[in-house]
Design a binder for this molecule. Structure first.
Ligand code: ADP
Ligand code: GLC
Length: 489
């Protein structure tokens, strides 16, 4: 089995999910475990997890912090797909209605919550007793862990042979907080510099991950290149260029045991590339479920699923919606997000009854039905580190219409290429999006055979996790073979 690899993250499906990070954690560690990696996951013990899953408490009052013990954590465990998943419990931080925020904004103490989580995760690993070979951290919530590891190594030889790895799922979310919070971190003063955790006078947790982790990855090869530029770097391009030799892009995969029209438990009828008839049944059922006009069964229906934020280009879609609606088409938008975008979506539903459906909710089941019941999937993102929904759309035979950025560029072949699986355009602009949607609409109307061929090609694309898992293992092996050198203090 080899020495342990620990994944530390703030989401993992089915225990906690707000987006793609949850899907990745729900699929990649189990895949690694199946391949034979000795892998475990550590998550916060949210109320939403506690309410839905039966865990076993394994530790109480583990001292957190090193070498001091200012507070303690409890730990729970569950076996998921043959692999241990641990949960860090501290009611004052995680026993709340949501994960990160309410409708009024982020929880005021998110910095303290994730400082605590990183320290508690290390305390738990120390208690479990076997030094890991790699601690694999994800996004800003776990960025500080890499800094703690460097620090603890100076204090405790237990950590001598443990390396950290940091995966960026979204560079725009950085965990940036007032410098005052640095005092709460319990890191040495030396960490407060621009090669450490400081960013323009603030504490930046993502930057800690970028500076201190032994290796950095992100979730598609194209995004790995884009983030080296000021346009996509969100202020981190300089740091990333300095670390370019340790940075790589590994495309996310799809968990086809969940996201397949042959087996999804949420669909009224299953279908496959061999027999598409069920897709029409799914479309008809979706039109009924969402109160859309039955005549749309014979017209193209476009779907959007995602966080209603500017990243996803939802404002650009809204900008051209009146022009799109001049054509006899249907549009379905499933998403939660910024209040102004939620309101606009509800307004369009009133303006275009029977042709525009707005579902401002988070519902896993409906996500499957929208993927299956629509003809084409809209994803006009401004940037997209990987994007999973377009890969789900491909498998559900719903050719995506997307900006050619990041993972979208790496997963979709654009019409009129003979191998086309969807439609991409260069820039997230209303003009280009409109043109792409109309191109798709005309192809759907005028050339049903070509459309059907594209659907079949899309469904046959294979983005299963095996290949990506092998790329991660290669990096773990590199890390195990490399002797550690002292970094910033
Ligand atoms: P991101 O992580 O940037 O949000 P991804 O495409 O990687 O984008 O992953 C989004 C995930 O969240 C997908 O599993 C998608 O189905 C899901 N999702 C987003 N919004 C909703 C919603 N309102 N209801 C159900 N699932 C949603
Ligand atoms: C982030 C990105 C998305 C990616 C997901 C999982 O939320 O926005 O593009 O697919 O993480 O890596």
């Amino acid at each position: 089995m080899g020495r342990p690899v620990f994944f530390i993250a703030s989401e993992m499906f089915p225990f906690a999910k707000t987006g793609g990070l949850g899907d990745v954690l729900g699929a990649l560690p189990p895949m690694l475990s199946r391949i034979g990696v000795n892998v475990s996951v550590i998550l916060p013990f949210y109320r939403l997890t506690n309410n839905r899953h039966k865990t076993q408490q394994i530790y109480s009052r583990v001292p957190v912090g090193y070498p001091w013990a200012p507070i303690t954590a409890d730990a729970h465990k569950i076996i998921f797909n043959g692999m241990p998943v641990y949960f860090i419990e501290r009611a004052e931080y995680f026993d709340r209605a949501a994960y990160y925020n309410t409708h009024k904004g982020d929880y005021f103490d998110n910095a303290e919550r994730f400082i605590f989580f990183c320290r508690a995760a290390l305390a738990l690993i120390r208690n479990l007793g076997e030094p890991p070979s790699v601690i694999h951290c994800h996004d800003w919530q776990t960025g500080l862990l890499a800094a703690y590891l460097e620090h603890y190594r100076q204090i405790d030889p237990f950590w001598n042979d443990t390396r950290s790895m940091f995966t960026v799922h979204n560079l725009a979310f950085q965990g940036r907080f007032s410098s005052r919070l640095f005092d709460n971190c319990g890191l040495p003063d030396e960490a407060w510099n621009m090669d450490g955790v400081e960013f323009f006078g603030d504490l930046n947790m993502l930057k800690a991950g970028l500076n201190y982790a032994s290796k950095i990855t992100t979730v598609s090869p194209s995004y790995a290149e884009e983030i080296l530029t000021p346009e996509f770097g969100y202020g981190m391009d300089g740091v990333l260029r300095r670390r370019a030799n340790d940075l790589s892009g590994i495309l996310n995969g799809v968990n086809y045991s969940i996201w397949s029209p042959e087996i999804s438990r949420y669909l009224p009828r299953h279908y496959s590339a061999g027999d598409l008839s069920g897709k029409r049944v799914c479309k008809e059922a979706l039109l009924t479920e969402l109160d859309l006009s039955p005549h749309l069964l014979d017209r193209p229906v476009f779907g959007f699923i995602g966080r209603l934020r500017e990243q996803k280009g939802i404002d650009v879609l809204y900008g051209i919606l009146p022009q799109l609606m001049r054509h006899d088409i249907g549009i379905v938008v499933l998403g939660e997000g910024d209040a102004k975008f939620e309101e606009t979506s509800q307004r369009f539903a009133l303006e275009y009854p029977g042709r525009y459906a707005s579902i401002v909710k988070y519902t896993e089941a409906l996500a499957h039905r929208v993927q299956a019941g629509c003809d084409s999937f809209l994803m006009p993102s401004r940037y997209e580190p990987c994007g999973l929904t377009q890969m789900y759309a491909l498998r559900y035979g719903t050719p995506p219409i997307a900006t050619a950025v990041g993972g979208l560029r790496d997963t979709i072949t654009s019409w009129p290429d003979p191998q086309a699986t969807g439609f991409t355009f260069d820039e997230c602009s209303g003009e280009q999006l409109l043109e792409a949607v109309l191109t798709a609409m005309h192809l759907w109307e005028d050339s049903p055979d070509l459309w059907r061929e594209m659907v079949l090609r899309a469904m046959k694309m294979d983005f299963s996790w095996e290949r990506s898992a092998a790329s991660y293992i290669k990096i773990y092996e590199e890390l195990e073979g490399r002797s550690f050198k002292r970094k910033y203090w």
